[in-house]
Write a protein that binds this ligand. Structure first.
Ligand code: C2E
Ligand code: CA
Ligand code: CA
Ligand code: CA
Length: 279
């Protein structure tokens, strides 16, 4: 929706606020949203490429806006990053996702790990590790059931602090995945040096694999290379059975996308069958 009013910021899908004035309004609304609990977390399953079994879920924040309804993160995360509000918001998501999944696991046969997206700004803060510990402690979620997803942008200020932090997290049993792999200023040396166990191939690759030979070569190359480094590869944004079959054939480990399930509220997640898609 695009609309304009006296007290409302203009609204463009994917672009966030349009002008400085709009971003001031959006910032104020974000502040209010944080104070009045307007955020919620949806979960999207990652399935085993071969069996279709749900292996884990990714936590994706939603803004349940009183007038605009469910707002996608693409519309507010960039601004929250520019104002610093991503720090309290990110901490809220981390805490909330740990609590919800800890409770889900307590009352269910299947034990699902949860992956939480962490903004580079949040990841590189001095208190990040302490905040992770706090979220785990308060929720009772075992550390092996928490995963963090970061993008290559965490490496902007160099790899060393990132490597050190990932090592500390790994020691606790918390794994870090590289998200949107291939879209940033990827460098193969980063993939070599980062103590990470998982790469997520961005949707922009996945939906071109079937039609573009170069894309297919990159996708196959990343999968083969990652396997030689004992990493797990996730294909994001699988929408069709053709894409699914292609990635299975290429030996991709985990698949995620609308083909299996959209991101859903906890109540819907609870009711999903063990294997997806249901056909
Ligand atoms: P992402 O981490 O790459 O998450 C995957 C996005 O792709 C999600 O969009 C998901 O709904 C969407 N998606 C999944 N499968 C499909 C598919 O088959 N087709 C299509 N077209 N899309 C699919 P969403 O939930 O709108 O999130 C967008 C981005 O916002 C995320 O991209 C992530 O970068 C960011 N984000 C979401 N939640 C958080 C959060 O809690 N903290 C931070 N820092 N960023 C977040
Ligand atoms: Ca992600
Ligand atoms: Ca991603
Ligand atoms: Ca993405």
């Amino acid at each position: 929706a695009k609309r304009k009013g006296r007290n409302t910021w203009q609204w463009y899908r994917g672009g966030g606020a349009k002008s400085t004035r709009d971003s001031v309004l959006l910032r104020n609304e974000l502040q209010k949203a944080l104070e009045t609990n307007q955020f919620t977390v949806y979960y999207q399953p990652l399935v085993d490429a071969v069996s279709g079994k749900i292996r884990s879920v990714e936590a994706l924040v939603r803004w349940n806006h009183p007038e605009r309804g469910m707002v996608s993160p693409g519309d507010f995360i960039p601004l929250a990053e520019s104002t610093g509000q991503i720090i309290p918001l990110g901490q809220w998501v981390l805490k909330h996702a740990c609590q919800e999944i800890a409770r889900l696991n307590e009352n269910s046969e299947r034990m699902l790990p949860v992956a939480v997206n962490i903004s580079s700004l949040q990841f590189l803060r001095e208190d990040f590790l302490a905040n992770v510990d706090k979220a785990l402690e308060e929720s009772g979620l075992p550390p092996q059931f928490l995963e963090l997803e970061v993008t290559e942008s965490v490496l902007l200020d160099g790899a060393e602090p990132v490597i050190a932090l990932m090592q500390s997290l790994n020691k606790r049993g918390i794994h870090v995945a590289i998200d949107d792999f291939g879209t940033g200023f990827s460098s193969l040396s980063y993939l070599r040096d980062l103590p990470t166990h998982k790469v997520k191939l961005d949707r922009s690759f996945i939906n071109k694999t079937l039609t573009d030979r170069r894309t297919a070569a990159i996708v196959q190359g990343v999968i083969t290379m990652a396997h030689h480094m004992d990493m797990v590869v996730v294909a994001e944004g699988i929408e069709t059975v053709e894409e699914q079959n292609d990635l299975v054939r290429r030996n991709c480990d985990l698949l995620q996308g609308y083909r299996f399930s959209k991101p859903v509220p906890l109540e819907v997640l609870k009711a999903l069958p063990d294997r997806l898609p249901v056909e």
